[in-house]
Every structure is written in structure tokens, then in C-alpha cells.
Design a binder for this molecule. Structure first.
Ligand SMILES: C[S@@+](CC[C@H](N)C(=O)[O-])C[C@H]1O[C@@H](n2cnc3c(N)ncnc32)[C@H](O)[C@@H]1O
Length: 313
């Protein structure tokens, strides 16, 4: 029996000698190093910056410093993505320049997470991309659940948890919430704090079908907000992790990696698609964002918009 320690100090069994089928331990460290090496291989430009490149150079070194503060490497991200987020980052810090921003962050380290959240877009919603969730509800989830007890679902870049909670609601509807593992990971602690609370305002729950809202949410006493009910909250686990540094070991049934890889440098994203493909069990499903294509993963076949199944080749 192998047990992994999760949030809230609980132990969750991920493998049992009787089933022998559940989580396979992959050489995660070697694979995650590969992704990290890729990020590192993208060295800063060797030549001194021309005057027109000054702003880019300055912001690149600011982000290298900012990401370094939380143990991350900004070189895995597209330069233009980070550049675009610069005004938002300065705004939340009330900073007039990059050097001012840096001074503020040095004086008030608790603002580092605020700056990171302004830099890494966390937009998400319940049942985002209706066609994807229709396919999951009608075909993917019932077929996996019919073949074995317990379902292993990993949401990477889970943000405030709306994506993973959406799956949990669908699984609860078919009595398949217990016996597996639902895990959400994100590099931003503050997003995970919101995910753990499972509290959403009225706007955020507009895409939750009314019958599911009635059954699985509780309106907060103050009114206006909706909290995911304890039964669902107890079934999901959240962990802070940088996907460029570490992959979760396992033979997953369903992996969501949506709307995050598009911010990564292409070579980093490609390396991750290959690693994630191998972390799916055969027949397992990878869900990506509308603008993403896991072309480097050769064992995946499209079964719907942004939905891929791992097949034996
Ligand atoms: C745009 S949101 C997508 C949320 C959700 N997957 C969806 O599609 O609705 C991207 C998320 O990826 C997270 N993210 C960005 N870089 C990451 C990294 N290196 N490791 C883990 N999460 C990351 C961000 O913090 C953010 O919450």
C-alpha cells in the first residue's frame, strides 16, 4: 500500500496491492528536469541590448528577479506574454517604474504573491468551454467510470479551482466521487487558498446549471456568495507546484492542462505535452485550451475540441 501525504494532513491512498492498477510511479524527477533544462536552455540574449531593447531587457531582468523570489524561472515563459502583463503588475504595486516596483517588493515581501498574480493570468470559470464539458459528461466520464472504480483527475494550473470543481460536480452526479483522486495544482498560493475555500460570487457561478447549484452549493450567510458544499470540498486536493519543475506521479484518467501552456515558450510547452502524455494511463484523456495543440505528444488522438485520448501506438 502506498500513501501520499496531501493537504490538510490527510493521507490518501493512491495504490493498493489488490488493484495493482492504480498509480504507477513514473521517473518524475528525471522528466521534470528535462522540462526545467529546457527552460534553462533559453539563455538571455548574449549581446548587450541596443537602446531600443532597453525596456525589454529591463523587464526581462525584473521578471527573472520576481519569479526567482518564489523559486520559479521566468525563462520558461514567452517574453511577449510577460511584457504584456507589465502594466498590470506595476498597477497592483502602485509603482511608477520597474526599479520602484522592485524596491516596494523588497520592502514588503508579502506583495510578491500579488505581483505574481498580476503577472500570471488566472482567468477561469465553471464549465469553461461548454462543448468540452458536454463531451466529458456524456462520454468520457461514464466510460471511465464503467471500467473501474475511482477516477484520477489532475487539473494543472487550476487557478481558483472552478475547473476541477466542475468535474467533481459531474462525478458526484454519477456517484463516482469516491475511490479516486481529484488533484488541482497551481504555482500561485493565493489562487489555491481561494480554491480550498470554494467560495464564489454570483457572477462566477452563472455557468453552473441551476440544479447543480442547488444540490452542491450553499449560499453564504452574508448572501450573494456560493460555497461548494463540504461533500465536494472534501473530495478534492490542492497543491502548490510549478509544472515546469515537477509533474505529479501517476497514471491519470483525466488531465486538464488548459490555458497555461499558451503562455510558455513553445519548446517548454512541447516538452510538457510529451511528459503529460506519458502520465496518462492508456485510454486516459488530456484536455487542453482552445488555442493549444499538443502536437509533440504522438500517442494522443483527438476525440473532441481540445480533448485527446492516449492510445497505444
Ligand atoms: C488562465 S489560468 C487557466 C485556469 C484553468 N486551467 C482554465 O483553463 O480555466 C492559468 C493558470 O496557470 C497557472 N500557471 C502559470 N504558470 C504555471 C506554472 N509554471 N505552474 C503551475 N501553474 C501555472 C496560473 O497561475 C493560472 O492560475
Amino acid at each position: 500500500m502506498r500513501a501520499v501525504k496531501f493537504e490538510r494532513g490527510e493521507k490518501h491512498t493512491v495504490s493498493s496491492p489488490t488493484s495493482q492498477l492504480t498509480h504507477i510511479i513514473f521517473p518524475a524527477l528525471a522528466r521534470s528536469r528535462k522540462a526545467l533544462d529546457l527552460a534553462r536552455a533559453v539563455e538571455p540574449r548574449p549581446s548587450p541590448p541596443a537602446p531600443t531593447d532597453d525596456v525589454e531587457h529591463e523587464s526581462t531582468s525584473f521578471f527573472a528577479w520576481l519569479f526567482g523570489r518564489v523559486g520559479m524561472d521566468s525563462r520558461g515563459y514567452r517574453v511577449e506574454t510577460l511584457q504584456r502583463r507589465l502594466p498590470a503588475c506595476l498597477r497592483v504595486l502602485h509603482a511608477s517604474s520597474l526599479s520602484h516596483a522592485r524596491r516596494i517588493l523588497e520592502e514588503t515581501p508579502s506583495l510578491v504573491s500579488v505581483a505574481m498574480s498580476a503577472t500570471l493570468v488566472g482567468v477561469t470559470s465553471f464549465f469553461r468551454d461548454a462543448a468540452v464539458f458536454d463531451l466529458l459528461r456524456q462520454e468520457v466520464l461514464p466510460s471511465i467510470v464503467s471500467s473501474r472504480a475511482g477516477m484520477y483527475v489532475w487539473s494543472i494550473g487550476c487557478s481558483d479551482g472552478a475547473e476541477l470543481y466542475s468535474v467533481a460536480l459531474l462525478l458526484a452526479e454519477i456517484d463516482a466521487l469516491v475511490g479516486g483522486l481529484l488533484l488541482g495544482t497551481d504555482c500561485r498560493e493565493d489562487a489555491l487558498t481561494r480554491a480550498r475555500r470554494g467560495c464564489f460570487d454570483a457572477d462566477a457561478v452563472t455557468r453552473v446549471p441551476p440544479e447543480l447549484l442547488r444540490r452542491y452549493f450553499v449560499e453564504t450567510e452574508a448572501g450573494g456568495d456560493w460555497q461548494v458544499c463540504p461533500q465536494i470540498r472534501r473530495s478534492v486536493y490542492w497543491r502548490a507546484a510549478d509544472i515546469m519543475r515537477a509533474q505529479e506521479p501517476g497514471a491519470w484518467d483525466l488531465v486538464f492542462f488548459r490555458n497555461a501552456a499558451m503562455y510558455f515558450r513553445p519548446e517548454v510547452a512541447e516538452s510538457l505535452w510529451e511528459l503529460l502524455e506519458k502520465s496518462l494511463r492508456y485510454g486516459g484523456v488530456l484536455v487542453v485550451g482552445k488555442a493549444e495543440r499538443p502536437t509533440s505528444a504522438k500517442q494522443l488522438t483527438a476525440i473532441g475540441p481540445g480533448v485527446y485520448r492516449r492510445i497505444r501506438t
